[in-house]
Design a protein. Structure first.
Length: 332
C-alpha cells in the first residue's frame, strides 16, 4: 500500500499547477539506456535562464508550453523550435501554461496573490483573456482544442469540471461525487478527467461519443490521465507499488494498447502530460531528487536516441483523489 504522502504525490493532478514551489537547481545528469529507449527518443527542454522547468502541452506544429522557475518566481513558457517566449499574465503573482492548440492559442492559470486561488487564462498572440467560471472561488484551465473549446476545473475543496465554449460554461460532475476534474480535450470533443467521492478510491474517465468510460491501467494501484490526441491516444502515469520508482508514464488507447514511458536512467517516477497527433509526448521525470522536463519523440520519425541531459525542477502539483461512478453533465 502507498503511504499517504506517496499517494498524494503519485495521484497529483494539474489542478494547482500554478503552485510552483521549492524551485532549485542541481547539476545536469546524463541519462543512459532504458527498456523503452527503442520506442522513443527523449530530449531535454532547457528554458534559458531557468532554474527549473516542466512541459505540459504540445500541438501538431511541435510547439510546447509549460512552466519554469527563476529568481523572480514562476512563469509560463512557449517553446517554438527551441525559441522560447516567456508567458506572464499582466499583474500576476505567478503564471503557468498547460495547453496549446494548432492556432497557437494557449491556456493556463495564474494567481493574483500568493496562495492556491487561481484564475484561468486564454492567451491569443499575447492578448490575455481571464477565465473565471461564474460564482467559482478558483478556476484553472487545462486544455484547448482547435475549435477553441477550453477544458478545466473550478471550485476549491469541492472541485468541478467545466467545458467553456466561447464563454458558455457547462459544468461536469460525477453524480454523488465530492470532486470532479476535467483535464484534456481533443478536436472530437473527447475529454479525459478524474473524480472522487467521500468514501475514497481512485479512477479516471474517458468521455467519447456521449459515453463516459472508466480508464484505469489493469493491475495498477492508481492511474492518472492528462492528455488525449485526435486518434484517441491517452497519456498519463500509473502506480505499481509503494515507492517513487513504481510510478511510470504511459501512452495508451481504447483498443488496449499500452506503452510504458520511463525516461532512460531515471531513479524515480516519469509522468506524461501532453500528446499531439504525431505521438510526440511531453512531461517530467525525477532523477537525483529533482523533477525534469522531457520531450519524447517516436523513433520512426527521428534518428536513434542520443544521450539525455536535462535541467531540474522542484514543482508541486496538488490533486484530488478520484473514484469510479457514472458521469453526468449539467449547464451552469
Amino acid at each position: 500500500m502507498l503511504t499517504k504522502a506517496q499517494e498524494a504525490l503519485s495521484l497529483n493532478s494539474c489542478w494547482t499547477m500554478l503552485s510552483i514551489v521549492a524551485l532549485f537547481a542541481i547539476s545536469p545528469i546524463a541519462a543512459g539506456s532504458s527498456a523503452n529507449a527503442a520506442a522513443y527518443t527523449f530530449t531535454e527542454i532547457i528554458v534559458p535562464g531557468a532554474s527549473s522547468a516542466v512541459a505540459f502541452g504540445i500541438n501538431d506544429a511541435g510547439q510546447i508550453v509549460g512552466s519554469f522557475g527563476d529568481s523572480t518566481g514562476g512563469h509560463g513558457f512557449l517553446d517554438t523550435a527551441g525559441s522560447f517566449t516567456q508567458i506572464d499574465v499582466p499583474g500576476a503573482f505567478g503564471t503557468g501554461a498547460s495547453g496549446i492548440n494548432d492556432a497557437g492559442q494557449i491556456v493556463g492559470s495564474f494567481s493574483s496573490t500568493p496562495g492556491p486561488i487561481t484564475h484561468g487564462f486564454l492567451d491569443t498572440s499575447g492578448s490575455f483573456t481571464q477565465i473565471d467560471v461564474p460564482g467559482a472561488v478558483s478556476t484553472s484551465a487545462f486544455g484547448i482544442n482547435d475549435a477553441g473549446q477550453i477544458a478545466g476545473s473550478f471550485g476549491f475543496g469541492n472541485t468541478h469540471g467545466f467545458l467553456d465554449m466561447s464563454g458558455s460554461f457547462t459544468q461536469i460532475d460525477v453524480p454523488g461525487a465530492s470532486s470532479t476534474e476535467v483535464h484534456g480535450i481533443n478536436n472530437a470533443g473527447e475529454i479525459v478527467g478524474a473524480f472522487s467521492t467521500q468514501s475514497g478510491g481512485s479512477h479516471r474517465f474517458l468521455y467519447s461519443g456521449g459515453t463516459f468510460t472508466n480508464f484505469d491501467i489493469p493491475g495498477a494501484a492508481a492511474t492518472n490521465i492528462f492528455g488525449i490526441n485526435d486518434v484517441g491516444q491517452i497519456v498519463g502515469y500509473f502506480v505499481t507499488g509503494p515507492t517513487l520508482n513504481d510510478i511510470h508514464g504511459f501512452v495508451a488507447d481504447t483498443s488496449g494498447s499500452l506503452t510504458t514511458l520511463d525516461v532512460p536512467g531515471t531513479s524515480a517516477f516519469t509522468e506524461a502530460f501532453g500528446i499531439n497527433n504525431a505521438g510526440e509526448i511531453v512531461g517530467l521525470f525525477v532523477l537525483g531528487g529533482g523533477n525534469r522536463a522531457f520531450l519524447a519523440t517516436p523513433v520512426a520519425a527521428v534518428p536513434e536516441p542520443a544521450t539525455l541531459t536535462l535541467v531540474s525542477i522542484s514543482f508541486a502539483v496538488l490533486g484530488i483523489i478520484m473514484r469510479r461512478r457514472a458521469i453526468s453533465s449539467k449547464p451552469l
